[in-house]
Design a protein around this ligand. Sequence first.
Ligand code: F0G
Length: 462
Amino acid sequence: MLDTKQKTLCEPFKIKMVEPLKITTESFREAALKKAGYNPFLLSSNDVFIDLLTDSGTGAMSDNQWAAIMTGDESYAGARSWQALEKVVKKLTGMPYILPTHQGRAAERILYGILGGKGKVFISNTHFDTTRANIEFTGATAIDVMPNEAKELEVYLPFKGNIDLDKTEQLIQKHGQENIAAIIITVTNNSSGGQPVSMANVKALRAICNKYNLLLIIDGCRIAENSYFIKHREIEYINKSYYEIAQEMLSLGDAFIMSAKKDGLVNIGGLLTLRDEALSVNCKNLLIISEGFTTYGGMAGRDMAALAVGLEEVFDEDYLHYRIKSTTYLGEKLKEKGVPVVWPIGGHAVYIDAKKLYPNIPVNEYPGQALVCDLYVKGGVRCVEVGSVMFGKYDKNEKLIPAQNELVRLAIPRRVYTQSHIDYVLEVFDEILEIRNQKHGYKITYESKFLRHFTALFEKLI
Ligand code: F0G
């Protein structure tokens, strides 16, 4: 570890390969955004300067991972790269049955396809969108149970991602334990701001699952980032390594689902690991039908080789320190400037309260979309609205039922941007603060039935 007296947060790596970024003008970006229907998802990435749309699959691999890519074994069955990955995942999870998938949602489709169905209920701290979609697709119901105090955006809680244990137990009793398909704990809790879940919370949840004989599934695509928060906020873990903390948490689960595109430090890949043999046989059958043979799932041998390395690198002390502190740096500096952020800052992203930042844009004119568009036009920064564009619904009179919050997420890709890029983003916010009284909201002119935020088109209201 670097001396902690050091003020500058130095990246614990040096750059060996570069990818040029195009520098554009405000008028160029204004035209590009108009052409994209004011939806940054429809922009060409060439026209984006700092891309904070997602931390998923956007990270940079290390020299060791690239070296592993070159040694990837592309055999259809029993590949060397698979054996290396299986070994690493077994050690981390302590689970005997390891299934590789092409990304997280493929693992979700397999497991929830088997456990779900009409009349079944899943309970979670917060189901991520694809988790909910895969559950609801089977006809089952997905219920989120966050503690009430965790819903306050600016209130400090060390483990704001926790599940509400009392409400969980009440729901089990209400629906009947025979109808509960599983309990899912998402670490960190992406949809609530990348907030961590404590070990105490997962231990108590395990006890509830034991009492009612229920499956506990850990959706742990950011489990290393979660371990960082446990070590520094849950006193009894101060002397444990991040790896040991993750191992302990996984020992509490019956199954582990991972989108390897996050803490796997790779650009594509996923995992489903299980303790139960019978369930693993069912899952393997579906894996073979839809993803691929059991020793590659949806991954190339080289992808598995890189993931085997990434899953160990991600627990490196210097890496995790830099990762969490750099996200916190951006969030804290924004707060200092007077930008309303979800507090405390989570692991992979900073969430901004756009309703509060843009008080003159009513919810039905999408203040989050306005902020996302302004960030692109002012600075070439791309990010995503997490508000009524993403989650809004309509009542029977076609009137908008807004989402609970109007947030904007700045997700930080792993090992991609340097301190100067982040300082630049902060400067862009100075310009945003100057126009915070603006009144230009947006109107949707086209939308699809499902997940409309990806393809919606907008008109800027003048
Ligand atoms: N679970 C969580 C908690 C996630 O954050 C994601 C993806 C998935 C499952 C699905 O994994 O994309 O590999 O199929 N989150 C990305 C994001 C897309 O931007 O937060 P996937």
